[in-house]
Design a protein around this ligand. Structure first.
Ligand code: DON
Length: 307
């Protein structure tokens, strides 16, 4: 079985390579310069083996794929109630950068959209941490999921921060509702650093495999977050991870997943496998065009749909 996997991955990559539709994320200037032809995919097993094809060692920024992992850190640092009091778990049916706050409470609808993720960033680590210490907690936590030390791409971070008017507006709205209790600019700065963490497809597959392995890293053996937290996070990924395409994804692919605007995409199948793909051109929802096609193929070829 083992030698077949890279051949299979290479064959599926060749099939999707022809599709050059979609656009790189233009609203973060540094991402608009990425090589649009990059393409890679990797499978990480819960036993620790990783199989890949294409650009598996190219680094790119994690972007929104950080959201479920930092949500898991916040849940394990604070417990469920304080986090759920600030961020809901209902699909918004709207774009990732919509304000999407509940009208009565001001709570963001879920942690996968920017409003929810900005709030969740402020909940990583202990109460009262300095913005720098919070970013450290996030970096340490993301690294534990990946099984190796990760670092921030300063150029992408600065580029996004210069154009962060929308996220700053969202954070100020959150502050006005007392959902955020800290300086909105410092929280957005930390959230953007979180999004600017560099990963490869191999890292992302291992991070997804840690979720699939119920929170225990297949590489280090460390229980990064509790099992119950992982069940909760995978449920939210299933219903909200692909934003306003979440329903199509759930029916057609049927794997808990999360995308990022640098072109990464992960899926985690509990007890089985973590999958990651990378291709920078995005569809109108902000999801990688070829990444979505690859997952459709994986799901149908290998019967991965959970239902
Ligand atoms: O906050 C933002 O807009 C970006 N740092 C992340 C957005 C993102 O990755 C959306 N996902 N596809």
């Amino acid at each position: 079985m083992r030698p077949i996997i890279p051949d299979y991955l290479a064959e599926v990559l060749r099939d999707v390579e022809r599709d050059t539709s979609g656009e790189r994320a233009g609203y973060i200037p540094e991402l608009a310069t990425a090589d649009p032809e990059r393409l890679g995919a990797a499978f990480a097993m819960t036993g620790g083996e990783v199989y890949g094809a294409g650009d598996v060692d190219t680094e790119f920024t994690i972007q929104s794929i950080s959201k479920p992992f930092v949500y898991a850190l916040a849940l394990s640092d604070h417990g469920f109630d304080p986090v759920l009091a600030r961020v809901g778990v209902e699909p918004s049916g709207e774009a990732f950068n919509e304000i999407s706050l509940e009208s009565d409470t001001g709570r963001p609808r879920n942690p996968m959209i920017n409003a929810g993720a900005i709030t969740v960033h402020s909940l990583a680590g202990a109460d009262g941490l300095s913005p720098t210490a919070r970013v450290e907690r996030v970096l340490e936590g993301l690294s534990a999921f990946a099984g190796r030390p990760l670092r921030v791409d300063e150029a992408v971070c600065a580029s996004e921060m210069e154009h962060a008017h929308r996220n700053l507006a969202i954070a100020h709205m959150l502050r006005s509702h007392n959902i955020l209790t800290e300086d909105p600019r410092a929280v957005v700065d930390g959230y953007i650093r979180q999004c600017s963490v560099l990963v490869t497809v191999r890292d992302l597959a291992m991070m997804a495999a840690t979720l699939a392995n119920r929170g225990r890293s297949p590489l280090s053996g460390r229980q990064v977050v509790p099992e119950l937290v992982v069940r909760h996070v995978l449920s939210v990924m299933f219903s909200c991870g692909m934003y306003d395409a979440a329903g199509d994804w759930a029916t057609q692919v049927g794997i808990p997943a999360k995308s990022g605007v640098a072109g990464g995409l992960i899926g985690a199948l509990p007890g089985q496998i973590g999958i990651a793909t990378f291709s920078p051109r995005l569809d109108v929802h902000g999801n990688s065009v070829r990444g979505v096609s690859l997952f459709e193929r994986f799901s149908s070829d290998m019967g991965l749909h959970l239902m």
